[in-house]
Design a protein around this ligand. Structure first.
Ligand SMILES: [Zn+2]
Length: 197
């Protein structure tokens, strides 16, 4: 099956504006098949994800967490569990505000401590193409890091896979998917550069 998914989503369980129920509806209306809830570890409310079991939806929901990891400074790593397998993604390296050399060092160091599978190539759903480089030896993923309705559906992945959590995780791990961006992403990036100059 052709599946569309969001791998980095915040809800009212931490600092997001939408409840789990609302966020699932928003992404379902946008044609998504799966999403990973990745609320911040230090804000995540106890048992907040228990409601997932009671939702009536076809959406495949991964109950993940955005971990705060100290490695010469704080970095964020999404831990996304399937049924048996677990996916680890280094989040938004552009937001560390480091040179490419330092960013690569930081990613490498975290990869020594955690079983990293992938690195994000987006910041708040906008493309950060400098991180699409093969010099970062990980699979690259596009995500929204959505915290409100406006941020849902800016960047996502699509794949051919069965509707099975572990199969989805393995497809991501093997880079067997497409990164997708809304058209506005392509407009906003050069615009941002123009302003900076
Ligand atoms: Zn996040």
């Amino acid at each position: 099956m052709h599946l569309k998914g969001a791998l980095h989503v915040h809800t009212t369980c931490s600092d997001g504006e939408l409840t789990i129920k609302e966020v699932v509806k928003v992404y379902a209306d946008l044609g998504f098949d799966f999403l990973a809830l990745t609320d911040h570890d230090f804000l995540l409310q106890w048992k907040c994800y228990d409601i997932i079991k009671t939702l009536r939806t076809d959406m495949i929901i991964f109950p993940g967490v955005e971990m705060t990891v100290f490695e010469k400074g704080y970095v964020h790593v999404n831990k996304i569990p399937g049924n048996n397998d677990v996916l680890h993604i280094f989040n938004h390296p552009a937001e560390m505000d480091l040179s490419m050399e330092k960013a690569k060092e930081r990613i490498h160091a975290v990869g020594q401590r955690l079983p990293l599978d992938a690195v994000e190539i987006t910041s708040r759903g906008f493309r950060t193409p400098e991180f699409e480089t093969p010099e970062i030896p990980y699979v690259k993923v596009a995500t929204d890091d959505s915290h409100n309705r406006l941020m849902c559906g800016r960047a996502w992945i699509e794949m051919d896979s069965m509707r099975d959590k572990d199969k989805i995780i393995r497809a991501i791990r093997h880079g067997d998917f497409w990164n997708c961006f809304t058209e506005s992403n392509h407009v906003s990036q050069p615009f941002k550069n123009l302003v900076a100059r």
